[in-house]
Design a protein around this ligand. Structure first.
Ligand SMILES: Nc1ncnc2c1ncn2[C@@H]1O[C@H](COP(=O)(O)OP(=O)(O)O)[C@@H](O)[C@H]1O
Ligand SMILES: [Mg+2]
Length: 161
């Protein structure tokens, strides 16, 4: 699978990862799917917390990695669907987890452990891969699966610069 317009961002603390999520949340539109990959503790959930902030999710919602729940929905500028596939053993697609019906292109979807998500029926998505550099630093690689999404990657690069 080819990826377009990949950029790399280093965040040097938790708050910076949240801030990146917030900036992305401020600028995305309904129907955006963001796939998050990377090891446990690499910052995926922290990113989602910022994303929720940027989407205007009220801050009395505390966003954690759902342990037994597959999908959490939060109200915001668009509904935010937070999916965590950590406990899933076989690859699944959005239909399997009931998201296809709920979504209808009206919300924003962010998926942790997205390497377990089958993307066959997913036309456009953003991928962010998280790597642990050390205790406080993370390397985030942001890429698009199709050229149409690379405009978003470029907007993110500008917003972060
Ligand atoms: N630059 C950073 N970005 C994100 N989290 C960081 C960073 N530096 C340290 N951390 C810590 O790493 C952990 C990340 O946890 P979390 O976001 O739940 O990861 P994941 O969802 O990928 O398992 C938190 O304890 C956070 O405080
Ligand atoms: Mg998590």
């Amino acid at each position: 699978m080819s990826h377009f317009a990949g950029i790399q961002v280093i965040t040097r603390c938790l708050e910076e990862t949240q801030l990146l999520g917030q900036k992305i949340g401020t600028s995305i539109s309904a129907g955006t799917v963001i796939c998050l990959t990377g090891d446990l503790g690499s910052g995926k959930t922290s990113f989602v917390q910022g994303l929720a902030m940027g989407l205007g999710v009220p801050d009395d919602y505390y966003i954690t990695s759902p342990t037994y729940v597959l999908i959490n929905e939060y109200p915001g500028r668009y509904p935010l669907f937070h999916v965590d596939l950590y406990r899933i053993e076989e690859p699944v697609d959005f239909e399997d987890i009931g998201l296809y019906e709920i979504l209808h292109g009206k919300g924003v979807v962010v998926v942790e452990w997205a390497d377990k998500l089958s993307k066959d029926f997913l036309a456009e998505y953003l991928t962010i891969h998280f790597e642990i550099l050390n205790e406080e630093s993370r390397k985030l690689t942001i890429s698009a699966n199709v050229p149409e999404v690379s405009a978003l990657v470029e907007r993110i690069a500008k917003a972060w610069a």
